[in-house]
Design a binder for this molecule. Structure first.
Ligand code: SAM
Length: 560
């Protein structure tokens, strides 16, 4: 019997390929595009219908939102036009909602129909998150794609900060797919429009026109493309927007306090937006980011809770974010600690919460094929770091925004957050395995020795950064117990650092003073969580659509 679909995956797109070149949605009896001029149709109906490329000329950021990502043809056509017409300092956000996403093989097959889009579609396919539910953020230079794998109504509700300049309505035809064209949907769209937003669709059905008019759009029937008699253009008024536009104060110049993975991820998100910043680090609080190697691996939770979606999408985002130059090894063995855990791993591998190509049960271990061992020193290392202490009175006035990403230093900078701290020491041993492995602790081979991490102890009255022989012994005996081999200590300097967590182990993004933000509580998952969290905070502050849904953003902004 087939394993049930995990709750973290959307329902599949059921495609019928019996018509040459054109995938047909079996459940809707409708096509995704027509191979007979589908690209030209996209250009005429959606790009032309929204006044592109003229509409994006002159602005810093242009946002297109779409109902129905399907094969991504509309996105690829918009991206191609952007590359041909936009200025290098402009940025395009494309946000698309899709309840039944393609898997990677379906996407590849569908997009072979468009050889002229090949260079772009290859990039899309390579970063494709599969059918994992929730929000996914894909970055292609100045073009950002946010995919929302969710039913249209829920997705619109979650996109709380969306103010689109253009809307592409591309559900299947209203008769067979009424959920995509309802009055509630049109009213939610109106609430997510920038003033003067343009909207385009192929359908001129009376109910669609009425719903758009009721939502406040001015609607025009236009001559259609090819054999279709009409298409629709609509415009949202300039002087009202569906919901008040409350823009956060502009980030003019930022100071990042702490150059661990959180600080460097913030720097990366700021530099993508050409926002000037400085990073300082007083080196007083060694964090795990200073370790010789780090693991990027998923946290699994088979429920469909907002945080489960975050664990998976943050992991997929991290895999896409880290440059090849910092990857030391691919694939990590996760070794079960006991029989019950082995059963859970077997189930995980069968259910494939991340889709194909990530997990394999190999009898004794769970092989996490996509997991990475990275060199922390090489991650986002292009920024100059000043070795200074944060001096509140002096530094505050020089910057519009301050970001506190100081690891253990957060205790002194924002004591009111009452974070939890735990000490972790890592040690060196002679190799026992030929691959990176995790088992509660972890073992990573580096230059002929194995880095063994890490202890997990509450802070006491002693210096948390001192090296302790008993901790080296603990690490080695844990590895001995897991491997069943005699573990011999190897020369190499042990290292101690402090993890920062919240009581429920979820991260925290919180404003601790006017335009002072803390990004903290990443625990031992900094390398998996930081890139997405930093992108979330910076896009919120820039008034852009964020990569976290409304409920998660709320959850991460309060101490629970
Ligand atoms: N824009 C796509 C392209 O460029 O290939 C074509 C989109 S296709 C005509 C319509 C899409 O709407 C399908 O991918 C379908 O899965 C999606 N869809 C249908 N009902 C939906 C719903 N209730 N919520 C979200 N997406 C839905």
């Amino acid at each position: 019997m087939a394993e049930p679909r995990p709750l973290t995956q959307t329902p599949p797109a059921s495609l019928d390929w019996s018509r040459p070149g054109t995938p047909v949605a079996a459940d809707f009896g409708d096509i995704y595009f027509s191979t007979d001029g589908g690209l030209d149709e996209t250009r005429a109906v959606f790009l032309g219908g929204c006044g592109l490329p003229q509409a994006w000329q002159g602005g810093a950021v242009f946002t297109i939102a779409e109902l129905g990502f399907g094969s991504g043809l509309n996105f690829l056509a918009a991206w191609q036009l952007w590359n041909e017409t936009a200025q290098p300092n402009q940025r395009l956000h494309f946000v698309s909602i899709e309840k039944f996403p393609f898997d990677r093989a379906q996407l590849r097959r569908a997009l072979t129909a468009w050889p002229e889009l090949r260079a772009l579609s290859d990039k899309l396919i390579s970063d494709w998150p599969g059918r994992v539910k929730g929000l996914h953020r894909l970055s292609f230079g100045n073009v950002t794609l946010t995919l929302v794998h969710e039913d249209v109504e829920i997705a619109l509700d979650q996109l709380h900060s969306l103010k689109a300049d253009a809307w592409f309505l591309d559900g299947f035809s209203p008769a067979g797919n009424p959920a995509m064209w309802s009055e509630d949907v049109m009213s939610a769209i109106a609430g997510r429009c920038a003033p003067g937003a343009r909207l385009a669709t192929f359908s001129v059905a009376g109910a669609v026109r009425t719903a758009l008019k009721t939502a406040g759009f001015e609607v025009r029937k236009m001559p259609g493309f090819g054999r279709k008699r009409h298409r629709l253009e609509a415009e949202f008024p300039r002087d009202i927007s569906g919901e008040a536009l409350t823009r956060p104060p502009k980030v003019e110049r930022a100071l990042i306090v702490g150059a661990g993975i959180a600080g460097r991820s913030l720097a990366f998100a700021l530099s993508a937006r050409h926002i000037p910043f400085d990073i300082i680090d007083d080196r007083a609080n060694p964090a795990a980011s200073g370790n010789p190697a780090a693991l990027v691996k998923p946290r699994f939770d088979l429920q469909d809770r907002p945080e489960s979606r975050f664990f998976l999408s943050a992991y997929l985002h991290a895999l896409r974010s880290y440059p090849e130059s910092c990857i030391m090894e691919r694939g990590v063995r996760q070794i079960p600690k006991h029989g019950k855990e082995a059963e859970r791993f077997k189930k995980l591998a069968k259910q494939a919460p991340l889709g194909d190509g990530h997990l394999r049960w190999r009898g004794g271990d769970l092989w996490i094929e996509s997991a990475l061992v990275i060199d922390p020193k090489k991650v986002f290392d292009e920024f100059e770091i000043r070795h200074e202490r944060f001096k509140f009175a002096q530094d505050r006035s020089d910057y519009s925004h301050v970001f506190l990403s100081a690891g253990y230093g957060i205790q002194a900078l924002a004591p009111e957050l009452a974070m939890r701290f735990s000490r972790g020491q890592l040690s060196w041993a002679e190799p026992v395995w030929d691959h990176a492995a995790a088992y509660g602790g972890y073992a990573i081979n580096l230059d002929g020795a194995t880095l063994v991490g890490a202890t997990h102890d509450q802070l006491d009255e002693r210096d948390p950064f001192e090296l302790r022989d008993e901790d080296d012994a603990k690490n080695l005996s844990a590895l001995e117990a897991m491997s069943g081999k005699t573990v011999i200590s190897a020369p190499g300097k042990s290292r101690a650092s402090v993890r920062v967590t919240t009581p429920d182990t979820l991260p925290l993004i919180v404003e601790t003073g006017e335009n002072i933000w803390a990004l903290t509580g990443l625990g031992s998952r900094g390398f998996t969580f930081a890139p997405l969290l930093a992108e979330s905070l910076i896009s919120d502050l820039c008034g852009e659509v964020g990569p976290l849904d409304k409920s998660l953003r709320a959850k991460f902004s309060t101490l629970r």
